[in-house]
Write a protein that binds this ligand. Structure first.
Ligand code: 15L
Length: 269
């Protein structure tokens, strides 16, 4: 597949770009910053919040060799003001979706987040695992942006028949470092497996999956991902003996969003 990866210079973007290249896909990188050294990767330096700039990328790619899919990883990975969160997660997604419709690109894999449901108290988890149909319960304006972006994916899937998969990523890290991470970790290799599954699953339409590894202590249900072909192989439990308990562990375990659900993030919109 020929895949446009946005946020390709970011921490997830670099891992996904290399992983897709290793698996034989063609990658076109896009970021607000110039390319890290990935050989002669085609690259566009621009902000996805600029719809004209995004449209120009699709026009240029269509003239050369059309894109098959987009992996949309661009976006500020933490809390920001409400307007900035909506720009970072919703306006960027809309610009890409409109360009996809115009140029016949039919699939997008989105870097959603566990913070779309982060204010869900752990004691309310039905059967101990949170499924993808539980009501959106964002823990921050960041989470609100991710929920709204999923709403946009749902709208464009219904209107235009696109295949749009939101991967609600847990904690993307080289290895788990906190007790919460034992439940929330997404390994680098599993992240690549997840993205490739979401890119290649037959006709998913609008779909949501939880982007975590096969963690023994998982809080989120992996079944929706497995239904799309995502088979995680790593388990944070292998690090459990090396992770020291911290005073904040109990507070971080009260809600699935961990620290993002805490009062330190409360602020006016
Ligand atoms: C995320 O979605 C954030 O981008 C990242 O900063 C972490 O907070 C991560 O989730 C997490 O929940 O650990």
């Amino acid at each position: 597949m020929r895949v446009l990866v946005t946020g390709a210079a970011g921490s997830i973007g670099q891992v996904v770009t290399l992983g897709l290249l290793e698996r034989g896909h063609d990658v076109v990188g896009l970021d607000r910053v110039p390319a890290p050294d990935h050989g002669d990767l085609p690259w566009h330096t621009l902000d996805c919040a600029d719809p004209d700039a995004v449209a120009a990328v699709f026009a240029e790619q269509s003239a050369e060799r059309p894109l098959d899919a987009v992996v949309h990883l661009a976006g500020h990975p933490g809390e920001a003001s409400l307007p900035d969160s909506l720009t970072s997660h919703v306006v960027t997604t809309a610009a890409l979706l409109d360009a996809m419709v115009e140029h016949g690109v039919r699939r997008l894999v989105y870097a959603g987040s566990n913070h779309a449901v982060g204010h869900t108290p752990r004691r309310e988890l039905p059967g101990e695992l949170l499924d993808v149909d539980t009501r959106p319960r964002p823990d921050t304006f960041y989470g609100v942006g991710k929920v709204a972006a999923e709403g946009l994916l749902s709208l464009y899937a219904d209107r235009y028949g696109l295949d749009l998969v939101s991967c609600r990523i847990g904690s993307f890290l080289p290895e788990p470092t906190t007790v919460r991470n034992l439940s929330t970790w997404l390994s680098h290799d599993d992240c690549v497996r997840m993205v490739e599954a979401a890119l290649t699953a037959p006709a998913p339409g609008f779909a949501v999956l939880y982007g975590i590894s096969a963690n023994t202590r998982a809080w989120w249900d992996l079944a929706p991902g497995r239904a799309l072909g995502y088979e995680p192989r790593d388990d944070a439990e292998e690090w459990a003996d090396r992770i020291a308990a911290r005073p904040e562990d109990d507070a971080e375990a009260a809600h699935v969003g961990g620290p993002f659900a805490g009062e330190e993030f409360y602020r006016p919109a």
